[in-house]
Design a protein around this ligand. Structure first.
Ligand code: GRF
Length: 234
């Protein structure tokens, strides 16, 4: 059975699109039961509707606390058929979540961050990395815990930073890799291959061959390192 997932968005939803595309291509064995946004104007909602995926809008301004928002979120996800065996995928969801939300989905909530954590957490990861002048940055898929951009790391992709590049340019190249590692991480979860001990996530061996992770295949004009490596279909 395909893994039931909910995708939480606040904005453009390009990561949501990459997940939809991998599902439709038959590489990712998941079914998006609902896309939830805390903003009515999130383009991610349009992307979902274009693929006949149910959507819900939960305006955080309608709630008097983070906890009451999270309670309603849990209710909506359960009602949509996402439970502890599924996954909740944060894709540009600009909200800090509380234990009220995390407890029912413990170990099944995943986020993507556009920097190599623990460097440059927060909402401007790409800009912060470019301004700091690091020579390598990238993106991180991780399990979510109570702290922002903090839980156990599942997969990271690294790209060289070009001299003079600003956060937007760097971010655009990082985003292309986000679109590959996020669906891959979800597929590992769907296959039951992720085992977390403390902070360390172990990837159990699988049947799929590795993808050709050459620079040209990455679609970026530079070398990239993805670890653990992408498998066929991603
Ligand atoms: C991505 O850079 C993601 O890493 C961050 O928010 C951005 C969302 O982009 N968490 P999109 O809405 O998926 O296009």
């Amino acid at each position: 059975m395909a893994m039931p997932i909910a995708v939480l968005v606040s904005g453009g939803g390009s990561n949501l699109q990459s997940i939809i595309d991998r599902i439709e291509a038959g590489a990712l064995d998941a079914e998006i039961k609902v896309v939830v946004s805390n903003r009515e104007d999130a383009y991610g909602l349009t992307r979902a509707r274009n693929h006949n995926i149910p959507t819900r809008v939960l305006l955080h301004t309608d709630f008097d606390s983070r906890e009451s928002f999270d309670e309603e979120l849990v209710r909506v996800l359960r009602e949509s058929g996402v439970n502890g065996a599924g996954a909740v995928v944060m894709a540009g969801f600009m909200r800090i979540v509380t234990p009220v939300f995390l407890e029912p989905f413990r170990g099944r909530v995943i986020n993507i961050h556009p920097a190599l954590l623990p460097s440059f957490p927060g909402v401007h990861g790409q800009d912060d990395a470019a301004e700091y002048g690091v020579k390598i940055s990238g993106c991180t898929v991780h399990f979510v815990d109570e702290q922002m951009d903090h839980g156990p790391v599942i997969v990271q992709a690294a790209v060289p930073c070009q001299p003079g590049e600003d956060g937007d340019e760097l971010g655009a190249r990082i985003l292309k890799l986000e679109h590959r590692i996020y669906p891959q991480a979800l597929q590992w979860l769907a296959e039951g291959r992720l085992e977390t001990r403390g902070r360390i996530v172990h990837l159990k061996p699988g049947e799929r061959k590795l993808a050709d992770a050459s620079a040209s295949d990455m679609g970026v004009e530079t070398q990239a390192l993805v670890w653990p490596p992408l498998e066929e279909g991603f």
